[in-house]
Design a protein around this ligand. Structure first.
Ligand code: NAD
Length: 476
């Protein structure tokens, strides 16, 4: 394959067919190549190799410039791979310096198998593809290998869109695929347990969307199986990776807001507000398990615990506000709220709803400490209100901080403050942290043990609705 084809494939040129693009993408990921579109060249940062595409070297001045580039690159320890023009074969400007091969081997290829190619299947696929460009120095590279969806057209469309070389309608084919190292489950909740247990039995690392199981017992069973097999896992609590949330976490850890005394989290959405909406699997307790509690409630519990530590006991209530859709009974809750007591003595409130007129996807978290306070709203996810006691009462008050590269993760996505991250970016961080652990690095904090604990808190809220009593987490 010519250098120009490789360059065009990596630059997303529509003239290059999907099969060729997939082949180039696969090899590029293995080698750690990062397309540098601005320069229309290839930059192999992990292996200290530079690719240079020179349209034409005809006069001596151009020749000297290129030679100077080669000398400087060699001095800095880079190997240069050069192509003259778009239609000439690639030539190596200097012989490899001996480091190239061993550093290529150090880039671990992680084969991804995806189960469920709907909304979150697309979300995870884009996230995996963006890891090498966001962390070019990473010693691993995800390679999309196999996607399964029980709807044939969905499986095929996903394979085409994200360039999975193989697609199936049976998720078992993903687990059996020898090139799959990680099975990532983005199907309906009722599928999570069976696929996760089979993946763990096959020795594959497992990612899963939240809620990990339909019940706390299912979540605990999955977490135990993965732990027994010594595998890495990840549950996608992506909101916690938002730079503003991670910044608040830093402020809390540094004691800047003092000891947290009380906080509140409300995740209010409108997708189930109108009874005229379709009956999706989410409204079926058999398939989904919990309703709003498992869906947005799990994010909310994860967030509360990230900021204030483990929840000890709860008392809550739940309701199904829209009881019927498309002449079918809704068999799980639309709404839940709870009072929360944390192990460290802090108090909190929790409210989640999929049936609230007004908000779209409003996840709001606020807290108060002995020296300050914060407030964050996911609908304005690139800013946060922070109050730090200064001793000057007249000047004290909330400050609106706009996120920028000095806040956690932000600089990976945008060089300029105020440009802002998007919802997709939080999933990119989530998948990066997962695969970093798979590649032998620091494991992600959002593993299945964490997800199982979250499920236990959700279970306690649901139980307390029945018993009408304060309920200890893990009592059931
Ligand atoms: N982290 C988040 O913010 C977030 C957001 C939305 C959904 N989720 C979670 O993601 C998961 C999927 O939700 P979604 O909104 O993407 O659902 P979806 O309905 O859009 O997609 C689910 C896909 O799974 C496929 N599927 C169903 N049964 C299957 C089977 N037996 N084998 C293979 N594929 C099968 C469906 O055909 C569909 O394409 C759920 O667990 C949900 O709770 C998480």
């Amino acid at each position: 394959m010519s250098a120009s084809t490789v360059s065009r494939a990596l630059n997303g040129d529509a003239r290059i067919g999907p099969e060729t693009r997939a082949r180039v993408g696969y090899v590029a990921a293995q080698l750690g190549y990062v397309p540098n579109q601005a320069a229309r060249s290839l930059v192999l940062r992990a292996t200290r190799t530079l690719g240079l595409l020179v349209p034409e070297v005809t006069d001596p001045i151009h020749g000297q410039a290129v030679a100077g580039f080669e000398d400087e690159a060699a001095l800095q320890g880079y190997t240069v791979i050069m192509a003259n023009g778009f239609d000439h074969p690639e030539r190596e400007a200097r012989p490899p310096d001996g480091r190239r091969e061993e550093e290529c081997v150090a880039t671990e290829r992680i084969g991804i198998g995806l189960v469920g190619a709907g909304w979150m299947g697309n979300e995870h696929s884009q996230a995996y593809r963006r890891i090498p460009e966001t962390w070019p120095e990473a010693n691993f590279a995800p390679v999309l290998v196999h996607v399964a969806d029980n709807v044939p057209t969905v499986a095929e469309a996903s394979a085409r869109r994200w360039e999975y070389p193989r697609s199936s309608t049976d998720w078992r084919a993903v687990i059996d695929d020898p090139e799959v190292d990680v099975v990532d489950i983005t199907g309906p909740n009722g599928l999570h347990r069976e696929v996760a247990l089979a993946a763990a039995a096959a020795g594959k690392h497992v990612g899963c969307e939240k809620p990990l199981g339909r019940t706390a017992a299912e979540a605990a069973e999955i977490a135990a199986a993965v732990a027994r097999a010594g595998l890495r896992s990840n549950c996608n609590f992506q909101y916690r990776h938002n730079p503003a949330i991670q910044y608040i976490r830093q402020l809390l850890a540094a004691g800047k807001l003092g000891q947290i005394t009380h906080l509140r989290a409300a995740f209010l959405t409108d997708f189930g507000w109108t009874p005229d909406g379709p009956f999706a699997w989410r409204f079926d307790g058999e398939v989904a398990g919990w309703g709003a509690l498992g869906d947005i409630g799990t994010h909310t519990v994860d967030m509360l615990e990230l900021l204030a530590g483990p929840v000890q006991e709860v008392i809550g209530t739940t309701a199904t506000l829209v009881a019927e859709r498309e002449h079918r009974a809704v068999t799980n809750e639309d709404y839940a709220s709870a009072l929360v007591r944390f192990a460290n003595g802090a108090l909190g409130t929790f409210e989640v709803s999929r049936a609230s007129a007004g908000p779209k996807d409003a996840f709001r978290v606020g807290g108060h400490g002995t020296r300050g306070a914060f407030d964050w709203d996911s609908e304005r996810m690139n800013e946060v209100q922070v109050f730090e006691m200064s001793g000057d009462e007249a000047a004290d008050g909330y400050r609106r901080l706009v996120m920028g590269p000095s806040h956690p993760w932000y600089g990976r996505f945008c060089p300029g403050a105020g440009s802002g991250l998007a919802w997709h970016d939080m999933t990119v961080i989530s998948m990066y942290q997962f695969l970093r652990g798979v590649a032998g690095g620091e494991p992600t904090e959002t593993d299945f043990e964490r997800a199982s604990h979250v499920a236990a808190v959700i279970d306690a809220i649901q139980s307390s609705h029945t018993t009408r009593a304060w309920t200890a987490v893990g009592a059931h």
